[in-house]
Structure formats: structure tokens, C-alpha cells
Design a protein around this ligand. Structure first.
Ligand code: GLN
Length: 493
């Protein structure tokens, strides 16, 4: 019999509903496993009593015969979602020990579906980063090679799913933070269309880009979680879409014969590492075998997405982070003179270097005299990037390419080189700027035996189609079934 941690969300849910295992037993198993693998640094907060309380409530619902695809299933949340039962830090010293008086909408929707929270997962500070090294607490280690980064900013989520410390996790993606760590850790993750999931209670980084999404072992599990996470939230997030919650599992299994896959030529240039390219090419061949047609497309402003994103995201961040002033939330300097001195000391102490860098860039591009040259110009190009996608979707149904130019790098290797980190976001930023859904699907292994993800990008609201395209691929391949050393049996309970 497989161990509990070897089961997918769908398999676990079936066992829970059949009462072959209780939610409390399941939660205890994963808590013990998380503790045994604490060296990965994936969890920032656990609280056994809180978890077991939720599990007991799930068992009580299961006892009544209630059936729901997530009832009693343990999950863990990126520590960017605020939670009543656990501290919420956003990976920042600014919010050390901060307790929210409410749950984020995504958290409460998953709880209503019966999911049990195992704890809060490490991330880059305020979700700014691509390696999890910007966490103010500790770096996360990649379960495939613990000397390497797990990606970021949802690095704790990706590592925890890969090492089987949780069957699934939430993540957020502003410029790639679900897709890139999913790719680096060999798990499946999807960022839905902007506005599908409520941002209420998601500690804000760049509000016009931030989206929540699930990370799990396969596309079916992502579909189950995403269905619970999405839906309108008109009273709390004015950008949440007025579209009814959808069952994203409904198209799983549909044939993909004749599906046109657009291959953007700009995603396969000189910057793409040969090992990643080989894995992605292999995946595209597999799709051809499944009956899909490959068509060459162009996304001519791909390179511009880096300067555009690194103007717009910091601009929004500089505004969003103004609330951390020592009065409204979190940390306050202990010793200070006047009010201005208190603000300055509080923010100097509470924020890490990358966050400070973004705030400085953001205030600069928004300042009088530079606004038109930078921020306004970036908004115009953003609009053109979105239009490029609409042009491309005339010729194809989904777009495929790499998630990131390389596999996961070594911890420390790029820590002092922010620009190197920014450049590595090149393939995830375009879909973020356009607000399109995108996902990462394990598609092979590259240098050092590290996982490679295939990125699938769909048009607005095409999550079900994307998830099905990934599901069909996973029925034909086994990359998503491979287990890293840190997740293999023997490594903990
Ligand atoms: N790596 C990107 C950044 O540092 C994206 C982060 C994210 O999606 N939250 O901003």
C-alpha cells in the first residue's frame, strides 16, 4: 500500500470519503513528515492544535456522509495569505508574529470546501524574488538537490509539494511565482486569469498582477483546488471577476487532437539553456504524438516585458507597502526621535534589501518628471504585449514554451545580482502583464538531474482547457510521478 504522502489529492480524498483513513490521522502523518524534513526550510509556521482542530471538524463533516472533493485533505498556504489560525508574515521581519483578524478569501473558500491547513509556507519577502533567498527567515532548499534554490517566490510551496510534505499548496504569481518554482521543483502549478481568484487577504505586492493559484503534483489536483479557490468576491475585491465559480475538472480527459499549440519564437532564442530546450522540445514532440499541431507564432515584445514589469510591479509595490509604517501594521522601531524618524527606522529595520530596492525604484518611476517617461510608457507597452497575445491566439489555441531559461541554480550563486534574477523571469512575465492564465507542467530533467517545466499559456478564462492539455500530457508521461530524494520513502514517516 502506498504511504499517505504518496497519494494525490484526488486519491486521498477518495480514501477519506470511504473512511479508510481519518482527516486527523492524515493531518498527523503530514505534520510528522513536515517536522522530519524541517531542514528544507519550507514551513514558516505550524500549529499542531490548530491543524488538528480543523481536521476534527472535517472528520465530523465526513461522518455525516458529506462528499466534497477536498474534505479532510491537508494543504498548506503560502505565507502571503493571511490566516486567523496561524501567523502571517509575507516572509518579512516587518510582519514577524503578525496575526490577522480574518482569513483571506482563498483560505476561507478552501476551508469551506473542507481542506485542512498544515501550516504556512516560506516565500520571498512580500513575494519579491525568484529563488526564495529573499525570505527574511531562511532560504528554502530544493528537494531535488538541497544545495539549489527551489525558485520563488512560492518556493516553500513548491518544495513542500515536491518533498511530499503536503499533497498541495497555495501560491501566488505576480510575474511567475507559481510557475517558476513549480518548474524548478518538478510540480504542477497554475496561475489563473487575473481576477479569477479574490485578492482579499493576499498581502499585496503589485495589485494589477497578483493572482492566487494552486500547486500540486498533477493537473487533476490543480483543477480540484482551483475550482474551490476561484469565484467572485464583489464586496472585498473589486477586481475579482463577476463570473460564477467553475468546475475546472469538467474538461479533463477531452481529446486534444487538432489542438493548435503556438510556439513563440522569442521563447527559444540564445538565452535558453540547451538542457531546458531539449526537455521542452521533447514535450512538444509528445504533444504532436497526442495529435496536437505545432504552429510558429511571434510575441515580439517578449524582451520588453522585463523593463515593463520591473517598472510597473515596483511602482505598485511602493504604494502597497506604504502601509507598513510602524503604526498601521507590524513592526515598529523601539527607539526613535520624532514621527519621521520612527517611520524611517521602522522601515529600515523591517524591510530587507530587495524590498527596499523595489520601493526606491517604484517611487522613482512614479515621481514628478519621470512618471511619463517610465510608468506611463510601461503601461502603454504593457497594453501592446497584451495585444500581441490576442494576435497570436488567432493562430493557436494554447501557447507552449519554457517556464525559465535554466534549471534551478545554486543557493548563493545569484544572491547579490538582482538583475540576473530579473532577467530569468523573461518567459513568465509576458502572460502576467497580459493577465492570462499560465501553468507549469513537469516535462523532463536537465543539468544535475534538475526538473524542467513546460509552460502552457492560454487565452483569458481557458483554465479548463489548459488543465486538460496538461492532464493529457501527464497521462502519457511520468515526469510528474518522479520523486526527489528528499521526498522518497525512508526520508521521514
Ligand atoms: N520573480 C518576480 C519578481 O521578483 C516575480 C515574483 C512574483 O511573481 N511574485 O518580482
Amino acid at each position: 500500500m502506498s504511504e499517505l504522502h504518496d497519494l494525490t489529492v484526488a486519491e486521498l480524498a477518495a480514501k477519506l470519503t470511504a473512511r479508510e483513513v481519518s482527516a486527523v490521522e492524515t493531518a498527523r502523518h503530514f505534520l510528522a513528515r513536515g517536522a522530519a524534513h524541517a531542514a528544507l526550510g519550507a514551513y514558516l509556521a505550524v500549529d499542531e492544535e490548530a491543524t488538528l482542530g480543523q481536521a476534527r471538524a472535517a472528520d465530523a463533516r465526513l461522518e455525516t456522509g458529506e462528499q466534497s472533493p477536498l474534505l479532510g485533505v491537508p494543504i498548506a498556504h503560502k505565507d502571503i495569505f493571511v490566516t486567523l489560525d496561524f501567523p502571517s508574515t509575507a516572509g518579512s521581519k516587518m510582519l514577524q508574529d503578525y496575526r490577522s483578524p480574518f482569513d483571506a478569501t482563498v483560505v476561507s473558500r478552501l476551508a469551506a470546501a473542507g481542506a485542512v491547513t498544515l501550516g504556512k509556507l516560506n516565500c520571498d519577502e512580500f513575494a519579491m524574488g525568484s529563488s526564495n533567498e529573499n525570505s527574511a527567515y531562511r532560504p528554502v532548499r530544493n528537494p531535488w538537490d538541497t544545495s539549489r534554490v527551489p525558485g520563488g517566490s512560492s518556493g516553500g510551496s513548491a518544495a513542500a509539494v515536491a518533498a511530499r510534505l503536503t499533497p498541495a499548496a497555495t501560491g501566488t504569481d505576480t510575474g511567475g511565482s507559481i510557475r517558476q518554482p513549480a518548474s524548478f521543483c518538478g510540480v504542477t502549478g497554475i496561475k489563473p486569469t487575473y481576477g479569477r481568484a479574490s485578492r482579499y487577504g493576499m498581502i499585496a505586492f503589485a495589485s494589477s498582477l497578483d493572482q492566487a493559484g494552486p500547486m500540486a503534483r498533477d493537473a487533476q489536483d490543480c483543477a480540484l483546488l482551483l475550482s474551490a479557490m476561484c469565484g467572485p468576491d464583489p464586496d472585498r475585491d473589486s477586481t475579482s471577476l463577476d463570473m460564477p465559480a467553475e468546475d475546472f475538472t469538467c474538461s479533463l480527459g477531452d481529446a486534444i487532437e487538432g489542438m493548435r499549440i503556438g510556439i513563440p519564437r522569442e521563447f527559444f532564442g540564445a538565452g535558453l539553456a540547451a538542457d531546458v530546450r531539449a526537455a521542452v522540445d521533447g514535450a512538444l514532440k509528445e504533444y504532436q504524438k497526442l495529435g496536437a499541431k505545432l504552429v510558429e507564432i511571434t510575441l515580439p515584445r517578449t524582451e520588453l516585458s522585463i523593463p515593463v514589469y520591473y517598472i510597473i510591479a515596483p511602482a505598485e509595490a511602493s504604494s502597497n507597502l506604504s502601509r507598513f509604517d510602524g503604526v498601521k501594521f507590524g513592526h515598529r522601531a523601539r527607539q526613535y526621535g520624532d514621527l519621521m524618524d520612527m517611520y524611517q527606522k521602522t522601515r529600515a529595520e523591517g524591510f530587507g534589501d530587495e524590498v527596499k530596492r523595489r520601493i526606491m525604484i517604484g517611487t522613482y518611476v512614479l515621481s514628478h518628471g519621470y512618471y511619463d517617461a517610465y510608468y506611463l510608457q510601461a503601461q502603454k507597452v504593457r497594453r501592446m504585449i497584451a495585444a500581441d497575445f490576442q494576435q497570436a491566439f488567432r493562430d493557436c489555441d494554447v501557447i507552449a514554451g519554457p517556464v525559465a531559461p535554466t534549471v534551478a541554480w545554486k543557493i548563493g550563486e545569484r544572491a547579490d545580482d538582482p538583475v540576473a534574477n530579473y532577467l530569468a523571469d523573461i518567459f513568465t512575465l509576458p502572460a502576467s502583464l497580459a493577465g492570462l492564465p499560465g501553468m507549469s507542467v513537469p516535462c523532463g530533467f536537465g543539468a544535475g538531474g534538475m526538473p524542467v517545466g513546460l509552460q502552457l499559456i492560454g487565452n483569458y478564462f481557458s483554465e479548463a482547457r489548459l488543465l486538460n492539455a496538461a492532464h493529457r500530457f501527464q497521462l502519457a508521461t511520468d515526469f510528474h510521478l518522479r520523486v526527489p530524494a528528499a521526498g522518497a520513502a525512508g526520508g521521514g514517516p
